[in-house]
Design a protein around this ligand. Structure first.
Ligand SMILES: [Zn+2]
Ligand SMILES: [Zn+2]
Length: 304
């Protein structure tokens, strides 16, 4: 039951020799979501041996280049690889206007359609759902309209207790009803309550992506209790004023948000290219929220 985050890029606007701009792939039960698509995303997908064909749903948080400049190249590669599945892009409405001319200019044409779904920056919305997972966008506070995303498993059905099945001789045809909450009635009329027959399913797991934003407490209600939170941490805490001016967050601010939201684990990234010693940033964040880890390109974080 995989639920894991692969970091493709963890730098801020200026890429470095070790870090590409923002991009991540989230695998939720074999659904592969691309979150932001900075320059170099397709190279990282290849390097990290992820499958292009599986990544057909893309979420773009905002239209600063370090979060979407990788898209035209990625789309061109999809086409050159002969992929046929449609691509779905959830992004600010202007994105289609910006990249459609480049797509139309691709001489080889596309064997698939690209569907654009505009984000709303005023309120939180469920923007994608299937039988296993739900994705919600929510506004954050950056210098241009920007959304974060929450990826959450849907509640799973309870598991049947094998012991109870044997003890009460439960026929296979009754299993689905019991999983859905039904009791079981023995031939003598005795009711065996559902909780005796089942083992509760694990709690649904969740991942929250808080991209470029200044410290903004209204985010908390959307990410409360997440198992994993990625929050941008462009600056160390001595740059708090500058962070505020540029609509970014410091180490201690991201850690404070993680603590207030009661998340289990915090991953920090989107580091300014000025920082060579990322360990110092992690130490600073851990003073507030001990379960803090730095994102490096290629890292995989399992959500448990
Ligand atoms: Zn950025
Ligand atoms: Zn930005």
């Amino acid at each position: 039951m995989p639920f894991e985050l692969t970091i493709l890029g963890s730098s801020s606007a200026l890429p470095t020799s070790e870090r590409y701009p923002t991009a991540q792939v989230l695998n939720v039960l074999e659904r592969f979501f691309l979150i932001d698509c900075g320059e170099g995303t397709q190279i990282q997908i290849r390097r990290l041996k992820l499958r292009f064909a599986k990544i057909t749903r893309i979420f773009i948080s905002h239209l600063h280049g370090d979060h979407y400049f990788g898209l035209p190249g990625l789309i061109s590669t999809y086409s050159l690889l002969g992929l046929k599945n449609d691509i779905h892009i959830h992004a600010p409405s202007d994105l289609e206007r910006l990249i459609r001319p480049q797509i139309d200019h691709m001489k080889h044409g596309l064997n698939f359609n690209i569907h654009f779904y505009p984000l709303d920056f005023k309120a939180a919305h469920v923007i994608y759902a299937d039988d296993k997972v739900e994705v919600t966008s929510f506004p954050v506070k950056h210098s241009i309209p920007t959304c974060g995303f929450l990826f959450k498993e849907k509640p799973r059905l309870a598991n049947i207790s094998k012991e109870a099945m044997n003890k009460y001789n439960i026929p296979v045809k009754c299993i689905q009803d019991i999983k859905n909450g039904a009791d079981f009635i023995l031939e003598n009329g005795t009711v065996i309550p559902n909780h005796v027959l089942t083992i509760p399913a694990c709690k649904p797991r969740s991942y929250a992506f808080c991209t470029d934003t200044k410290y903004y407490e209204p985010i908390i209600e959307h990410i409360k209790g997440a198992d994993l939170l990625y929050h941008e941490t462009t600056f160390a805490d001595d740059k708090r004023e500058f962070a505020r001016k540029t609509f970014h967050t410091t180490t201690k601010e991201a850690a404070t948000l993680a603590k207030k939201a009661g998340v289990a684990k915090l991953v920090i990234g989107h580091f300014s290219a000025r920082y060579k010693d990322i360990d110092a940033l992690v130490s600073e964040a851990r003073e507030v929220f001990p379960e803090t880890y730095a994102a490096h390109d290629g890292d995989v974080f399992k959500v448990i």
